[in-house]
Design a binder for this molecule. Structure first.
Ligand code: ADP
Ligand code: ZN
Length: 722
């Protein structure tokens, strides 16, 4: 009897040992059906188990093989991802295993006929064969189940043993993809052609950074290289941040490739997921465009990965298992000998350090195609340029910006106001006693929204309620005032100031479906709106030809908080937003409203001296041994009872190992001390840039027994510090 160790997607770190039935061949990487706690589950075979250290009698057998097997390489990769991110192997493989639909629908839709079976016929197997007696047509799994009254597991094991042949499938999964019809890319500018050449010369040996200003034609460059990879028979993956996957982008793809790519993100339908997963697994599809989770598709012959907007924060997955898709993409390509391109107008500091240290190559595109020039940047000091009241209501748009908007509308051009805050007002406060309305589940203020009716919403746990009529603390009636602007309030101000202009408000809330976003983008392109007011959703990727002026209403927002990347993130966000302006024709202007015009980021923006700022920041980080020159690992502990949590954290701190190169900060209350009904504390571990920090944390946690009432989340390379 042979035994194998299997990981289950929900079972954390543990490996489970199963027996391999006599007539089954199993290699590591095989995806199998196994019995687990009276249910049938899907698992991944990770290795043979030669020195059995558990009770043989308790070991159950594998029920059946699926038709899917991960390559040795991919299996090894998943293991590395788990070690690097310090996540449970189970959580990592959950991202990679075929979606349930692939397996279930497969057996439901396949048609079977009895095979010429020479093995031992148990009474049950006899029964299965009998179900076909006198019938010449093939049967589905559902029909066999019904006719035999046997369990699915028994039938599947008979299929796996070769008792039934799958004769055909009643769905169209295995339809051929339409052929590509490539553009010849002859229209590329000399700069673009040279960039493509340099990338090709370097990509065999290291990742290449395509560093080019917004609108410099980066997309066309990597499209050309994707085409070449496809032509040489390889598979290509293009990763985009969550919100750049628009029809606009896909249409452009279709123009260059002659057909649509497969699209993968968390909201595609089960049927589509099933189809794409199988087509990637079988090598029928050569190109996928997707968000970070596409990285875990079972490519068989990966030739090129593009990470577009590589600096984007949405590549860091913050729930389930925590990973940075850019870094994990680099790892995957290294293991599969695939090329990788990281494209951005504002590369992350991690990437800049990798260029500086020669681990990555860099190619630059310094000019916009179509002669469009970069916009001018005007800092607006809000202390000198105070927004004025209008109709007795507080305003947020400064007089200089208003003048420029009026001018823009007169010239029949478009303007955009950017404010990264959803809702009407971020805070409701009692004018008499100062009480602020908080979420009952989280230690955060509730955001005031207006729509058909007014309501309060927690942007962390989604708890909603109607606004209180009187203060819950001092019981004063009608004493509440609204503090600060959200985009709804900004839109109200704009509509009052510019009653004759057509205003469009865009946020993740009114663009829930891609259709809604599409319609909005369409209106903008067709000049059916004059003023666009939006959140982050507008900051990247999109191309608005008529846009002449961009106003960044509150540039200080991302500068606040205890995040050491605040400067870097602000610079990226402002650059990206600014990049929307004047993409075609005349020079655009970007107004940056700030209370901190002397801040180094603001100064750098105004001088157009991004590089200077970046160099300064990088040296500071080097000095402090912060990322990218050091490694951070955060431990986030949470529990319902604050006292137990505190005591546990203090005990943990006492048991921390000693290491001269590694510093521990904390335990400290998390910025959001209470979230979704749980108290939270954090440790931050600062270590050299190697795996030393990982080892340190592993040793530390191995000495500690965590009670079931407390959860520990490990965040390697944290990007949020809440
Ligand atoms: P980036 O990805 O650097 O922001 P894009 O590739 O999106 O730049 O190009 C910006 C705009 O210029 C797009 O509308 C694109 O279609 C157009 N474009 C890019 N390269 C060329 C070219 N060689 N000739 C004409 N138009 C181009
Ligand atoms: Zn909440």
């Amino acid at each position: 009897m042979k035994f194998v160790d299997v990981v289950l997607p929900f079972a954390g770190r543990a490996f489970y040992t199963y027996g391999v039935p006599e007539d089954m061949e199993i290699a590591p990487g095989q995806i199998v059906h196994v019995p687990f706690r009276r249910k049938e589950e899907i698992g991944l075979v990770v290795k043979q188990n030669k020195k059995l250290d558990c009770d043989i009698k308790k070991i159950k057998n594998i029920i059946a093989k699926t038709e899917y097997q991960f390559s040795q390489n991919f299996l090894e990769y998943l293991g590395r991802v788990s070690r690097f991110t310090m996540s449970d192997f189970g959580a990592v493989i959950r991202a990679a295993l075929p979606p349930k639909e692939v397996l279930i629908a497969k057996t439901e839709k396949a048609l079977y006929m009895p095979a010429d079976f020479q093995g031992r016929l148990t009474p049950q197997r006899q029964k299965i064969q009998n179900a076909f007696l006198g019938k010449t047509e093939s049967l589905t799994m559902a029909q066999i189940l019904k006719r035999t009254g046997l369990s699915r597991a028994v039938i599947q094991s008979f299929i796996a043993a070769g008792g039934l042949d799958e004769v055909e499938s009643i769905d169209g999964d295995l339809e051929e993809k339409p052929p590509f019809e490539f553009s010849d890319f002859a229209y590329l500018t000399d700069a673009q052609k040279t960039a493509a050449e340099i990338i090709k010369q370097n990509i065999q040996t290291k990742p290449v950074v395509l560093n080019g200003v917004t609108g410099s034609g980066k997309t066309e460059v990597y499209f050309k290289l994707a085409k070449e990879a496809i032509e040489s028979g390889k598979q290509v993956l293009i990763l985009l941040p969550e919100i750049s996957l628009t029809v606009q982008f896909l249409n452009r793809f279709e123009m260059r490739f002659g057909r649509q790519p497969s699209i993968w993100h968390s909201h595609v339908t089960a049927a589509t997921k099933r189809k794409i997963w199988k087509q990637i697994d079988s090598g029928q599809e050569q190109i996928v465009i997707g968000t970070r989770s596409a990285l875990f598709l079972p490519f068989k012959n990966l030739g090129l990965v593009v990470v577009d907007e590589e600096h984007d924060g949405s590549y860091k997955q913050e729930d389930q298992f925590l990973y940075h898709a850019r870094d994990m993409a680099v790892m995957r390509c290294a293991m599969e000998n695939a090329g990788i391109i990281l494209a951005s107008a504002t590369p992350s500091f991690e990437t800049l350090a990798n260029i500086e240290e020669d681990r990555y190559a860099e190619v630059r595109l310094t000019e916009r195609v179509k002669k469009a020039v970069m916009p001018a940047i005007e800092l607006v000091d809000l202390k000198e340029n105070k927004p004025e009241k209008i109709n007795d209501k507080k305003g947020w748009i400064s007089p200089v910006l208003i003048d420029s908007l009026i001018q823009t509308f007169e010239n029949k051009r478009q303007a955009l106001l950017f404010l990264n805050r959803r809702g009407y007002a971020p805070l409701m406060i009692c004018g008499r006693c100062g009480h602020r309305v908080k979420c009952p589940n989280c230690d955060v203020y509730m955001v005031y929204h207006q729509g058909q009716k007014e309501w309060l919403k927690c942007h962390h746990c989604d708890y909603q309620r109607t606004p209180p009529k009187k203060c819950e603390q001092c019981e004063d009636e009608d004493s509440f005032t609204l503090c600060g602007p959200g985009i709804e309030r900004l839109a109200e101000e704009a509509m009052t100031r510019f009653p004759n202009q057509r205003v469009l408000v865009l946020s993740s809330e009114n663009t829930q479906t891609s259709k809604q976003l599409e319609d909005a983008l369409h209106k903008i392109e067709n000049s059916e709106v004059d003023l666009i007011i939006g959140t982050q959703i507008l900051a990247k990727g999109h191309h608005f030809p008529g846009l002449a002026v961009v106003g960044i209403v509150d540039a200080d927002m991302s500068l606040m908080g205890a995040d050491f990347r605040a400067g870097e993130k602000t610079l990226q966000l402002l650059e990206q937003t600014a990049g929307r302006a004047g993409r075609v024709g005349e020079k655009g202007t970007v107004f940056v409203q700030t209370h901190a015009p002397d801040h180094p980021v603001m100064q750098a923006l105004q001088r157009g001296d991004k590089e200077g700022f970046v160099q300064q920041e990088l040296s500071a980080r080097k000095l402090l041994k912060m990322p990218p020159y050091g490694m951070l690992i955060a431990l986030i502990l949470s529990g319902k009872d604050e006292r137990t949590l505190r005591a546990f954290c203090e005990d943990m701190a006492r048991r921390a190992p000693q290491d001269n190169d590694i510093k521990i900060f904390g335990p400290a209350d998390a910025t959001i001390r209470f979230l979704r009904g749980k108290y939270r504390k954090r440790f931050l571990i600062q270590a050299p840039r190697s795996m030393a920090g990982h080892q340190f944390v592993r040793t530390w946690l191995s000495h500690i027994k965590t009670p079931s009432t407390i959860q520990i989340k490990i965040d390697v390379n944290p990007y949020t510090f809440m």
